[in-house]
Design a protein around this ligand. Structure first.
Ligand SMILES: [Zn+2]
Length: 239
């Protein structure tokens, strides 16, 4: 936890930046660390209303652009701070707010379908929490019904909800798996994510060809034969 605070003054706005964090960033460099399955949110994360958050982010983003020497009187730039603030709160990071969690209606598995169900190639857009640039790619999710099923589009919505946070791909994968296990009341779930990280492609090592694959296999998916069946479906050409 934060032990020592360093107070920085930025045009009248005081920013509290822990000393320790500053030292660690230099040590860590570009390495991506995963600290917990839960997105690290403070307890007071929802004390401000969305409107208040937008107003404050707008003011700070204005400062960032100002510091970079941009002419904030310019017609093309003057609306950017508010545009970015609204985009952060209402779109890119709307998955931080549990109120936006998609409601999940369960149905009985009336067809007695007993095989795995795979929804593949779910497009997702997320944001790398270390660089605040996009992570985007495809997610494949699978489960065996424990007697209940959910609408197919709910699977997309669950993937999208957890994507709309500052993320680390490993955590994103596990958060989706945990949610599916909880909603579907089964351990038999799998999530595979194949993603491009703009922090790798557009800066740093600038590798535009690599992609990152993460997977979470639970219950029946721990069996290599079941996993093989899943990977076969995922690798098949889409209809
Ligand atoms: Zn990154």
């Amino acid at each position: 936890m934060i032990s020592k605070l360093d107070c920085m003054k930025l045009n009248g706005t005081s920013l509290n930046i822990p000393h320790k964090a500053v030292a660690d960033i230099d040590e860590v460099g570009d390495n991506h660390y995963l600290t917990s399955l839960d997105t690290p949110l403070r307890e007071d994360a929802f004390e401000l209303s969305n409107e208040e958050k937008i107003d404050q982010i707008e003011a700070h983003f204005y400062e960032i652009m100002q510091i970079m020497g941009l002419d904030m009187e310019d017609e093309s730039l003057s609306g950017t701070p508010r545009r970015v603030a609204k985009m952060y709160v209402n779109e890119l990071f709307s998955g931080l707010d549990p109120e936006n969690m998609p409601p999940a209606t369960l149905f009985n598995n009336n067809y007695d379908y007993a095989q795995m169900l795979v929804e593949k190639n779910i497009t997702f857009f997320s944001t790398c929490e270390h660089h605040f640039v996009p992570i985007y790619g495809k997610a494949h999710v699978a489960y065996y019904s424990s007697g209940k099923v959910i609408g197919l589009s709910k699977l997309n919505r669950i993937v999208q909800y957890f994507s709309r946070r500052p993320q680390v791909q490993e955590r994103l994968t596990e958060q989706i798996a945990a949610e599916l296990k909880s909603i579907l009341q089964t351990e038999d779930v799998a999530v595979i994510m194949d993603a491009n990280h703009m922090c790798v492609a557009s800066r740093g090592v600038r590798d535009t060809h690599s992609s990152t694959v993460t997977a979470a296999y639970y219950g029946k998916f721990s069996d290599p034969r079941v996993r093989e069946e899943l990977l076969h479906y995922v690798s098949q050409k889409t209809v």
